[in-house]
Design a binder for this molecule. Sequence first.
Ligand code: ADP
Length: 557
Amino acid sequence: MPGREVTEGARPEQGREEGLLRSIIEQMADGIIIVGKDGIIRFANPAAEQLFTRRADELVGTDFGFPIANGQPAEIHLVRPHGELVTAELRVADAVWDGAPARLISLRDITDRRRAEERARQVEQERAARAEAEAANRAKSEFLATMSHELRTPLNAVIGYAQLLDLGIGGPLTHEQRMQLQRISASSRHLLGLVNEVLDLAKVDAGQLALHVAPGSAAAVADGAAALVEPSAEARGIRFAVRCADGDDEQQVRYVGDEDRVRQIVVNLLTNAVKFTDAGGSVSLVYGRSTRPDPSARLRGAGAWSYFAVTDSGIGIPADQLSRIFEPFVQVTPGLTRPNDGSGLGLAISRRLARLMHGDITVVSRFGEGSSFTLWLPAADAAHPAEGGERPGGAGATNRGLADIGELLMRNIQPLLDAFVARVRGEAPVAGAAALRFSQLADHLASYLADLAGLLIALEDADGRPTSVLAGATEIHRVVAGRHGAQRARLGWTVGAIRREYEILREEIEALVRRHGSAIAPAAVDEALSVTRVLLQQAQETSTRALTRARGTEDTP
Ligand code: ADP
């Protein structure tokens, strides 16, 4: 720096020092600029040239253009010729230049540091937002699961009391009152269905759903599901077919999953297919094996998959709605389809269940031509992550045993009644039982069982106060059991016949619970069965008393 100084005063060794200083400044990674008091640049080092993308001789003589003050470092932003934004940290110190007071400005490029900090802040914000959303979702699911229990118990009471009124307990009904009662019953059953669906969805989301995962036969599930849906397809004039895929042996198609839940999903897909297909159309269920599942399926692991494909020639789904139909409460825009009395929950629950079992559901559809929904599950003989004893549903899955058993009963009222009626007919505890109608033999058992199921669910929420729940909840049991005894008296049954039928009912309930309850904590199974036994015993006594009373009045006209 001949003729120039950055320090005051001239000493003999000045030339050597200046040379040294200059070479240090030129080597520095930070930009160094010297500005006179008038704001005009007097010197710029190579790093400063790079920062400003201008040569030193272009910079010298121009105005620096940024406010400069000693003290705290400041940040300035520079725009490069191609629009790139550079952030520099600026520090200022007093100096002397050419014998006059000046400012030495050092500029450090901190663009990368700022970018990294910004990115880290974004990542942290995203993480916090995700954690917040997950917590909110969990809280919502837990709330829904609890609320659904709370809703179901009184709803069962509404249904039960409507039935009691219908039976004429409160006195004879006019035709109009009976019609109104039927509306109450139909609406409360619809509502109960919705509540059950919300509960299912909430339980899956809250990780509270107990799944009993085991290898199972696809043919058995397909036949079971088809038997439930075929009558409504026929009633609507829809061709219905079930078959194993060409080239597959129906005995060999086996999946790993919870049989009840797999059937629930297939029934749901079939019910939708029938619901959204007009008379003259067709619905088919094809099951098989594949090593090349639909790429859109979210599946882990290679190997073979079992599938259930439900295809219909119905109204189809517009392409822009396809991805949304698996979201809860979503129904295709009204106007594009006919009005639909569903809840928009069936597919959401089905997909969640499928994924819990390490499978998935995929869909292809053409608006106006039809749809095909496919349930994919790990094949029983393939090495998928689903195998190896891991049970989806979370560690807490078995804690809510009583309510699970209540739900099991609730879902199986019809099969229980079928088994009960078949055995009563077969064993003929009274002469002529085989000739009685189903409705005569089942009598009020459907509402009795629904109430029993509701009671088990309520018991779980009772937090160690089961006696108060039991005392409050047995009123419907008493009334129903009394009516049942009177009805049996009209059929000419004996006390022994009533005892036997209650035994049969108890055995059927126990068999059902033991068959399906292996994923539920054994203590909960035992507790549920002992509560059931006590209630059945009480009901039997009430029925017997009513029978004896009725026969007594008959005998003494
Ligand atoms: P829901 O049937 O109770 O409304 P889902 O979750 O089962 O609820 O179905 C969501 C929506 O997806 C339905 O409302 C309907 O619009 C559409 N959808 C489902 N299955 C079919 C099908 N097979 N054909 C046409 N549309 C369908």
